[in-house]
Design a protein around this ligand. Sequence first.
Ligand code: MN
Length: 199
Amino acid sequence: MYTLNKLPYSYDALEPYIDAATLEVHYGKHHQGYVNKLNAALEGHEELASKPIEELLRDLSTVPEDIRAAVRNNGGGAYNHTLYWESMRAGTEAAPTGALGDGIAKIFGGYDAFKEAFTKAALGVFGSGWAWLVKGDGGLEIIQTPNQDSPVSAGETPLLGVDVWEHAYYLKYQNRRDEYLKNWWNVVNWDEVANRFAA
Ligand code: MN
């Protein structure tokens, strides 16, 4: 059985950028829902359920066809949200430093240019999905995934992800995804992203 990872801060920790009401429902209902549905899909498949979610997502072809979509959607949802929570922290906006900062400067032309490109990708997701900074064969890259698809399933290593499903921002920002994204930069945990980059 998979369990919901503990939230690394309180529901109101990311105020005023991410409001407590959104965080509570997003974590306690949506994220929990993905975990529950993943467990339900894997009932009777103990050999799969004993693996880390990441491993299932990395090679979805090893998952039986009748539960593959459920594992892709709910396993992806479970995994992506854990990464999302860990990629945020209380405080004000910081910029990436060290090797990650250098990499971002080299590939994107600096932090501001990176933010602009990442925000454009996040705004450009049609419907529900995610924008990501990933580390792949080609170095640092910005990608989008639809629904709860995880970069892991595309062979990429996700470093930073932003959830642009409406459930991530609708209570506070309604349809204003751009305002959510503008505020979200304040809570990005660049130390955590740098740790993933170095791993
Ligand atoms: Mn979400």
